[in-house]
Write a protein that binds this ligand. Structure first.
Ligand SMILES: [Ca+2]
Ligand SMILES: [Ca+2]
Length: 203
């Protein structure tokens, strides 16, 4: 018997059934009280880190025993204010107290993304929301100022390692081809994104 979703006192009649067909014997009436469990605590350490047309999200799930999943929603006009506001990023099951992460990808660049995380139990009781935000970057905009210009090219040159050679620490964004080096392939992608100072990126 599955409890109704709404907390209340319910009256149930119980009878025996023979061969799954014929009811027999007296009915036994029982009152069943369905209570609402406490919502889990909110997520903690909710952070958004900007990347190339993506935003990396990470958070820690609450240690509450009733915790079942974390729902993350977003909007580009302001923080979602409820579990039905904004657009869904994910609704992900995990264990209480676990660390979790997600890459929100294929985003338009240069736009602030406002996130709200709602931990909840299996019955849809939501914790208070936790917010974070980040601006998605254009590929090649290494100094995060909205353009791809000579200053970014200077950073690219400092990161240049050559074919099949590992790039220096802190240069992962310059590996536009994401193959472990910063070489001619990455330059081709960088060059396609160059739009000049204070201009929209070309990619
Ligand atoms: Ca730039
Ligand atoms: Ca590369």
């Amino acid at each position: 018997m599955t409890a109704p979703m709404t907390s209340d006192t319910y009256t149930t009649d119980w009878r025996m059934v023979h061969e799954f067909v014929c009811w027999f014997g007296d009915a036994l009436t029982k009152q069943v009280e369905v209570v609402t469990p406490f919502a889990p605590g909110p997520v903690t350490n909710f952070t958004a880190t900007a990347g190339d047309k993506q935003i990396d999200l990470s958070w820690t799930n609450p240690s509450s025993f009733s915790f079942a999943r974390t729902m993350i929603r977003y909007s580009t006009s302001g923080y979602p204010t409820s579990p039905t506001d904004g657009m869904l990023v994910l609704d992900k099951a995990n264990t209480p107290g676990s660390n979790d992460s997600h890459v929100h990808s294929n985003l338009p660049y240069g736009i602030t993304h406002y996130y709200a995380a709602f931990a909840h139990d299996a019955l849809g009781n939501y914790a208070s929301e936790v917010n974070t935000s980040a601006v998605s970057l254009a590929p090649g905009d290494f100094d995060s100022d909205g353009d791809v210009d000579q200053e970014d090219f200077g950073i690219f040159q400092a990161c240049y390692s050559g074919n099949n050679r590992p790039y220096p620490d802190g240069c992962e964004h310059a590996d536009l081809h994401t193959d472990g080096d910063v070489d001619q392939d990455d330059f081709a992608e960088f060059h396609a994104c160059m739009g000049g100072a204070n201009q929209p990126p070309g990619c």
